[in-house]
Design a protein around this ligand. Structure first.
Ligand SMILES: [Cu+2]
Length: 123
């Protein structure tokens, strides 16, 4: 009985030591930049909207890009195969107007993050 308890105590200590290390390794992911930038005016809707985070993320939940009529212009949204901290949202053909984008991802630590941005296509 005593032996078991000692082993249990050691296991608890090992877990506590591991937990103390985790917060640094899995700091919260933050948004680094959006392209086109929030508030920007561009000449044409780009082929891709790029959403970049401070560190690699787990997965993309959704990205939408709404025009003033409420139509979504994102065709597909996925992680950049060359940069796991970046989401590439493929968009439809350019048209003038203001677009409101929303994104939703799951960070590497399992936390959900969402955000919003807006830009104008002048053309
Ligand atoms: Cu987090």
């Amino acid at each position: 009985m005593q032996k078991l308890n000692r082993r249990g105590a050691l296991a608890v200590m090992a877990l506590a030591a591991a937990a103390a290390v985790v917060p640094q390794a899995f700091a919260h992911t933050g948004l680094k930049s959006v392209s086109p930038a929030n508030g920007a005016t561009v000449k044409a809707l780009p082929g891709f909207v790029k959403i970049t985070f401070s560190q690699p993320i787990g997965s993309v939940s959704s990205v939408q890009l709404m025009d003033s009529k409420g139509k979504n212009h994102v065709v597909t949204a996925r992680l950049d195969p060359q940069n796991a901290a970046r989401v590439l949202a493929k968009t439809t053909k350019p048209a003038a107007g203001t677009y409101v984008g929303t994104w939703s991802i799951v960070a590497d630590d399992g936390h959900k993050k969402t955000g919003k941005f807006r830009f104008t296509v002048s053309k």
